[in-house]
Design a protein around this ligand. Structure first.
Ligand SMILES: Nc1ncnc2c1ncn2[C@@H]1O[C@H](COP(=O)(O)OP(=O)(O)O)[C@@H](O)[C@H]1O
Ligand SMILES: O=C(CO)[C@@H](O)[C@H](O)COP(=O)(O)O
Length: 474
């Protein structure tokens, strides 16, 4: 039996699964934490990857490996392949002003709307998460560091390169899904847009950008001969791991909150709310991403001094609407809606309703109503979503599972607990190993299906307060 490994190098941790290449059966797994913060030395990801691989029993009997990673992170290398400065992650909002500046400047150049021009050029409107804004921030704020940059890679590109054993920046590769989150690669043409990169970064003409592999094209091998898959962005990895079909959406509650659907045609959302990313199979992955998701539960847990199980028990013991408490969970600023300097808020407090159970309920309702906004944006762009797959760490909370269908307004499938991003990477590795051009057929996902009556009044109360926050920033 040939074995393959899949990696999810995500914001908070690195997860590795080892599966049978033909059947997809899970054989072993491992995990190691990442350091906190929105700026991380990539060496910490490499260290966590090696520890997670060791916990998963090593790669001695593994024939192929593929790496999925958190999207957009700016990994700058010098001409010797050394990291120039710690990577700025997708959730670092220092480049919010750079996003505004780049949008304004492209509008002036083209004589039209800047967001529309970025969407047409790169598939997505600019927010602080996209790599191009981080490069502009680097040029503006740290020009000495910017001058040393000879290559720019993303987290999964860099880890794939490390696994290959190369130290030559000419060997860097990426894939369509992660390239489409840079802001300087077009999902429409499949080409880099160095002209757009030039608005952000002085060495745009000469800086080395990873070669973009085709779906299921090999990235070479490790020094010990393990075949390397192309890898992908973590959301494309989850879509592949779930085997997402037309009419289905992925709702991921990790550090980020993501609603994504697979599409055969590129998404062009001129409002910029939906990122028009590519997927890992040759199709597209229109996606709405929030900065706040599972950590809303972490904050509530820490406020109440309880564990995850107790938080869910408390939330489920309260009435819908949390006695009038409404939590707007913009705890780290927000990306969708684009409010990078917003803060969170709790509305409607009275002497009677400030109880632990109502606070817990307001956190869970705030998380899910926030994701409803992302879901509505995805639905507005494409065909209706018939059902959603709820994944990511926050999906483990029983209260989230119980309330998801009511607050999202669609049937929700909660797959059996698993690492669906790492599974997608493993499926990619198996497909490359077996020489296939479309994803190897693996077992169907199993889980529980929830189809409850919508709690429209809870969503309406949330929207009323959230629109006030957005208006105060207008
Ligand atoms: N039992 C649980 N119940 C609710 N949330 C959980 C539970 N276990 C983990 N989490 C949440 O999962 C989050 C991590 O999710 P994960 O999908 O691994 O994030 P990322 O992919 O961004 O690293 C933590 O912030 C925590 O809030
Ligand atoms: O920025 C995005 C997508 O555009 C995020 O989804 C990152 O890819 C991080 O993912 P998680 O660590 O939250 O899974």
């Amino acid at each position: 039996m040939a074995l393959v490994a899949g990696v999810d190098s995500s914001t908070q941790s690195c997860k590795v699964v080892i599966r049978d290449a033909q059947t997809g059966e899970l054989v072993r797994h491992g995990r190691a934490p990442h350091p906190p913060g929105t700026e991380v030395n990539p060496a910490a990801w490499w260290d966590a990857l090696r520890r997670a691989i060791a916990e998963a029993g090593g790669l001695d009997d593994v024939a192929a490996i593929s790496v999925a990673g958190q999207q957009h992170g700016m990994v700058c290398l010098d001409s010797r392949g050394e990291v120039v400065r710690p990577a700025l992650l997708w959730n670092d909002t220092r480049s919010a002003q750079a996003a505004v500046d780049l949008t304004t400047e492209l509008a002036h150049l083209g004589g039209g709307d800047g967001t529309e021009a970025w969407v047409r050029g790169s598939g997505s409107g600019l927010v602080a998460s996209l790599t191009v804004t981080k490069l502009r921030w680097l040029s503006d704020i740290e020009p000495e560091a910017a001058a040393q940059v000879a290559a720019v890679a993303l987290p999964h590109d860099w880890l794939t390169w490390k696994l290959s054993g190369s130290t030559d920046i000419a060997d860097l590769v990426t894939d369509r899904s992660d390239a489409s989150g840079t802001g300087y690669w077009s999902p429409l043409t499949g080409e880099y847009r160095r002209d757009l990169l030039g608005l952000a970064f002085p060495q745009a003409e000469t800086v080395r950008l990873p070669r973009v592999l085709q779906p299921f094209e090999s990235a070479g091998s490790t020094p010990s001969g393990v075949v390397l898959g192309p890898g992908c962005g973590d959301n494309a990895g989850a879509a592949l791991g779930l085997g997402l079909d037309a009419g289905q959406a992925m709702i991921s509650l990790g550090t980020s909150g993501v609603v994504a659907a697979v599409s055969e045609t590129p998404a062009v959302d001129l409002s910029g709310d939906i990122a028009g990313f590519a997927d890992a199979t040759g199709a597209f992955l229109p996606l709405a991403c929030t900065l706040n998701a599972s950590r809303i539960l972490d904050a509530a847990r820490s406020l109440l001094g309880v564990n995850y199980d107790r938080l869910s028990e408390l939330a489920l013991s309260a009435q819908p609407g949390a006695g009038g408490l409404v939590h707007i969970p913009y705890l780290e600023g927000e990306r969708t809606p684009n409010l990078p300097t917003a803060t969170g808020s709790l509305h409607g407090m009275t002497l009677a309703n400030v109880t632990p159970s109502n606070l817990a309920r307001a956190a869970v309702e705030g998380l899910l109503c926030h994701m409803r906004g992302a879901l509505d944006a995805v639905e507005a762009l494409g065909p209706p979503v018939a059902e959603g797959y709820l994944v990511g760490g926050g999906a483990q909370a029983p209260a989230v599972q119980a309330l998801a269908s009511q607050l999202l307004g669609i049937p929700v499938v909660v797959p059996d607990p698993g690492e669906y991003v790492a599974d997608g990477a493993a499926r990619q590795a198996a497909t490359v190993l077996l020489g296939l051009t479309s994803p190897v057929a693996w077992r169907l996902i199993e889980g529980s299906r929830h189809d409850d009556a919508p709690a429209d009044e809870v969503v309406a109360a949330f929207r009323a307060q959230a629109s006030g926050v957005a208006a105060s920033f207008a």
